[in-house]
Design a protein around this ligand. Structure first.
Ligand SMILES: [Zn+2]
Ligand SMILES: [Zn+2]
Length: 204
């Protein structure tokens, strides 16, 4: 069944993170995925589109993807959510995440069911968020590329296994919304990545 959703992508912060505001078109309830900074830009889009944020969800714990967690969770009085395996990154700064995510968890926002798919490799607690026919892939899978594995907790074999066993098994028409714009186009589909992404064509 096709789920309608409204998606706004903002490229923010020093590391040019894609922050996504995903909302249910009926109730206007939504989530902020990876608030990367420049809060005023994010708040403006939320206001202009009359979106009611319900959660902040981080695809993983790297600093560039959590930059706006504290300020925006306070501003909207909403909870933050991150996979349990990445919360150690965040604790280093004496900040806490409200909701510890696990594989298979579903966050319901309006008519949207946001499913958590644990895809370790870039970090131990990286997740992809699957909602409707869209996959928000964080730094696990980019257009034409994949996340680096040379940072603490990264592992290339684990990343390849995640892409192979958890991502490319989804329908090929799945729309891909990555955490950075590193490819020839900002967004893609899994069908196109299966044909063109070197991490899939060359590593599997
Ligand atoms: Zn990262
Ligand atoms: Zn990143």
């Amino acid at each position: 069944m096709k789920t309608d959703l409204s998606i706004h992508c903002l490229n923010v912060g020093d590391f040019a993170v894609n922050t996504y505001i995903v909302a249910c078109p009926e109730t206007r309830e939504g989530v902020i995925i990876d608030p990367g900074g420049e809060d005023e830009k994010i708040i403006r889009v939320i206001n202009d589109n009359k979106i009611l944020p319900r959660y902040i969800i981080n695809t993983h714990g790297h600093r560039d993807h959590v930059h706006g967690n504290a300020s925006l969770s306070r501003h909207y009085r909403i909870s933050t959510a991150m996979h349990v395996a990445d919360q150690a990154f965040y604790k280093e700064k004496n900040l806490a995440i409200d909701i510890g995510l696990h594989d298979g968890d579903i966050l319901t926002v309006g008519s949207l069911d946001i499913k958590v798919i644990h895809t370790p490799g870039h970090t131990p607690g990286s997740v992809c968020l699957y909602v409707g026919d869209c996959l928000f892939s964080g730094d696990t899978l980019f257009v034409g590329n994949a996340g680096r594995t040379d940072l603490p907790g990264g592992d290339l074999d684990t990343l390849i296994r995640s892409i192979q066993e958890r991502i490319i098994v989804l329908p090929p028409e799945t729309r891909l919304y990555p955490g950075h714009d590193y490819g020839p186009t900002p967004f893609s589909t899994l069908g196109r990545e299966i044909k063109e992404n070197i991490y899939i064509t060359d590593f599997m």
